[in-house]
Design a protein around this ligand. Structure first.
Ligand SMILES: *Cc1c(COP(=O)(O)O)cnc(C)c1O
Length: 369
């Protein structure tokens, strides 16, 4: 379904039902008592934060998680009333706004509270423990005791949760993962009162490490139908449905003679007389230059991108002439053929996470229910 209000035929389609299915299947896989926190940071991994948040809440998630204070404010300003957790560091100057908007923040330094005046409403916090990720969080048990004491001295702060983050939950070797889990359990014993929500698992852990679920899981990449890693694929408890597909149309077709070249640098030379199509999508859309050689789908068949990818366009070699306006699927299905986000990630020697995140705002997102 091509979006209206746009004159270029390039768009990403987001299948909201796929997101819903992935959440419902996860809920069946984990026990009823475990809540799902939908991770919608970075514009819902490029899928659209508002639409994905609404869908996830309809599917029964209990909380949304974002990376930054600004992402949380954007959700609130657009009418989302569910609990929201900011996973990253918030500055102390955000405390007042957070309490006003009922946004839960992550804390891990006792000095964070030093200059915060009494708050108008209660501020909910989740304490972050660094058990081996080496990014944010408390690293020693005495630090945790002091932080808990600091918070207990305030009437306006509630310890709503405590969490940690795994560095290797998606890998075959469980050694580091197990160490983190053991360490987390030790830290948990320091809470005089059990916080409402203890959570640790990301997508990979929630799919393949049933011993790490606690009260909630933070479901990110696999909510969008993507694999955290190749290892998780081997142990996947249910099939994931990829939510994003990427489409455009052929805007020009020509026959080039053997020996003529295509695109910048004249790197690609036709070895015989060839049909070449021009597509209106390039690296400024997130179709990165490393994707030269990647195949796209036209009329249900795979055809290679030839020559260098330009900022706004790229060229594809066809076996025969096609019509102007012919549908091109860069990510997704046509008939029995499929190009996955994982295939792009492999081509670019990166992880699936990066692909939808780098699709730029020039590419309109369209939604199917
Ligand atoms: C991004 C993030 C997640 C989600 O991880 P996925 O692998 O995408 O499921 C969970 N927890 C934290 C702290 C994160 O930053």
């Amino acid at each position: 379904m091509q979006p209206t209000n746009f004159y270029r035929p390039t768009f990403a389609q987001i299948d909201l039902n796929a997101i819903k299915m992935n959440i419902l299947n996860l809920k069946k896989h984990i026990s009823h008592s475990v809540e799902v926190i939908a991770v919608v940071k970075a514009n819902a991994y490029g899928h659209g934060d508002l639409e994905v948040s609404k869908t996830a809440l309809e599917a029964g998630v209990s909380m949304l998680a974002v990376a930054t204070p600004d992402e949380a404010i954007r959700l609130r300003k657009n009418g989302i009333e569910s609990p929201i957790l900011v996973l990253g560091a918030s500055s102390p100057s955000f405390a007042n706004v957070a309490s006003e908007h009922d946004i839960t923040v992550t804390v891990f330094q006792k000095d964070w509270f030093l200059h915060i005046p009494p708050l108008p409403k209660k501020l909910k916090v989740h304490i972050k423990i660094d058990t081996g990720m080496g990014r944010l969080g408390i690293t020693t048990e005495s630090e945790l005791d002091m932080l808990i004491q600091t918070i207990q001295q305030r009437q306006d702060v509630i310890i709503d949760g405590v969490f940690t983050h795994f560095a290797t939950a998606d890998e075959e070797d469980i050694n580091h993962f197990s160490n983190q889990l053991t360490k987390f359990k030790l830290f948990l014993q320091h809470f005089p009162k059990r916080p409402r929500c203890i959570h640790a698992a990301n997508s990979a852990a929630s799919l393949i490490h049933m011993d790490s679920l606690f009260d909630a899981v933070r479901f990110g990449i696999s909510m969008y139908g993507l694999l955290p890693s190749e290892h998780v694929k081997k142990e996947l408890p249910f099939p994931l449905v990829q939510a994003m597909s990427l489409h455009t149309e052929v805007v020009h077709v020509k026959k080039v003679c053997a020996g003529s070249s295509v695109s910048y640098g004249a790197i690609y030379t036709a070895s015989e007389n060839e049909w070449i199509a021009t597509l209106p999508i390039g690296y400024a859309d997130g179709m990165l230059r490393g994707l030269s050689g990647q195949e796209v789908l036209i009329q249900g068949k795979r055809m290679p991108i030839v020559g260098k990818i330009c900022m706004d366009q790229c060229m594809v070699r066809l076996p025969e002439q096609v019509n102007i306006g012919e549908r091109v699927t860069l990510i997704g299905r046509q008939g029995t053929e499929q190009v996955t986000i994982e295939e792009w990630a492999q081509k670019l020697q990166t992880i699936s996470y990066e692909i939808p995140c780098v699709l730029t705002s020039r590419v309109p997102r369209t939604y199917t229910p």
